[in-house]
Design a binder for this molecule. Structure first.
Ligand SMILES: Nc1nc2c(ncn2[C@@H]2O[C@H](COP(=O)(O)OP(=O)(O)OP(=O)(O)O)[C@@H](O)[C@H]2O)c(=O)[nH]1
Ligand SMILES: [Mg+2]
Length: 343
């Protein structure tokens, strides 16, 4: 099983800002330039606008013409907890706010600025590029998560990023429960020029992962990405299957899967925290992607997850299209939630 601690810093980072970097083989061409930054940031801000408007409204109501006292701080802490930021972060923010300001009036803009800074501090350590150690070729990425959180779509987008970066990718249709799931992955395979290893419905997913690994070695792939069935955490047999995939892969390559990526749906809120807890225990999740940040997202939970789990957040999904996956940026995310201006 892959270690929970992320890999050490790379020796030879590639230029560009694709959200992944290679630890070896710097000769591979640089990834495509990202989409114009503003369009992504605007979508993120749009997606998080409901959360940030609510927060902003509460901040204005709470701090206007009122001196900072215990009650105000307590009310503010409650507001932050309601925004899913988590108790630990909420307390840190109110502590910071009270420093040197107790008994004084404080402007809403100043509160938002401090909020953004503290959120960024929590998120900054987890905003990391996905590292691919190509000495362990193929680098195996197992993608897990609750159904509908965006696993298959994220795999497609990721395959696009990697193939554009000059890497060869094989996809494994490990969701053997639904024909539609296999078809969905095959479409992404065609779009990205990646071979898809699939079997009939009902086939053993772990056995398929094993075969896909061999196929990826055979066809000289740099990266193997394995899709899995959307599983509810309470379905014991499905979770057992996830464990089996890990076990079987590690027989081929002790460190595989090298990356266990969990997708989290940004519209979910508080439940995402439990999802990480469970999938981390069962399948050794060592990286996260937050999807659907373009909708009516509740992004605060990512702050609570970062404070608690400290798992790298590699990418965020901001749409259903092939280019709608962006490297996670702590500053952009923090300012979108806190409603502070971009700079
Ligand atoms: N708006 C938006 N939609 C997304 C994003 N990522 C995925 N989706 C959509 O969410 C739905 C579910 O995505 P899938 O990729 O099928 O999710 P999954 O986790 O593979 O689902 P199961 O296979 O059922 O477990 C699809 O309609 C996707 O197009 C995103 O970043 N933004
Ligand atoms: Mg799927």
């Amino acid at each position: 099983m892959a270690p929970v601690v992320p890999a050490a810093p790379p020796r030879a980072p590639l230029p560009g800002d694709a959200g992944f970097r290679l630890r070896e083989k710097p000769a591979i061409p640089a990834p495509d330039a990202p989409l114009p930054r503003v369009s992504f940031v605007e979508r993120l801000r749009q997606g998080l606008s409901r959360s940030s408007n609510q927060l902003s409204g509460s901040i204005t109501a709470l701090f206007t013409k009122r001196k900072l006292d215990e009650d105000t701080l307590q009310d503010f802490e409650d507001i932050l907890i309601q925004a899913d930021l988590g108790v630990e972060t909420a307390m840190r923010i109110t502590d910071r706010l009270s420093e040197g300001r107790f008994g004084k009036e404080i402007a809403g803009a100043e509160v938002r600025r401090i909020l953004a800074e503290e959120i960024e501090k929590t998120l900054d350590p987890v905003a990391q590029p996905l590292e691919l150690d190509l000495e362990k070729k193929p680098h195996v990425i197992l993608v897990v998560g609750v159904n509908g959180t965006g696993k298959t779509t994220t795999i497609g987008k990721l395959a696009a990023k990697l193939t554009r970066g000059g890497l060869k990718v094989t996809l494994c249709a490990g969701d053997t429960f639904r024909a539609a799931a296999v078809e969905q992955l095959k479409i992404w395979g065609e779009r990205t020029g990646s071979e898809v290893v699939a079997k009939q419905i009902g086939a053993d997913a772990a056995g398929l992962a094993f075969e896909a690994y061999d196929r990826a070695v055979e066809n000289d792939s740099d990266v193997l990405i394995i899709d899995t069935a959307g599983r509810l955490q309470n379905k014991a047999e499905l979770m057992a299957e996830l464990e089996k995939i890990n076990r079987v892969l590690s027989k081929r390559e002790p460190d595989a899967p090298h990356t266990v990526l969990q997708t989290l749906d940004a519209t979910t809120g508080q439940n995402a925290l439990n999802q990480v807890e469970i999938f981390r225990n069962v399948s050794g999740v060592n990286g996260l992607v937050m999807t659907k940040l373009d909708g009516t997202a509740r992004g605060g939970i990512l702050v609570a997850i970062a404070a608690k789990h400290r798992l790298p957040v590699y990418f965020v999904g901001v749409g259903e299209g092939i280019d709608d996956l962006e490297p996670f940026k702590a500053k952009d995310f923090a300012s979108a939630i806190a409603g502070t201006p971009l700079n």
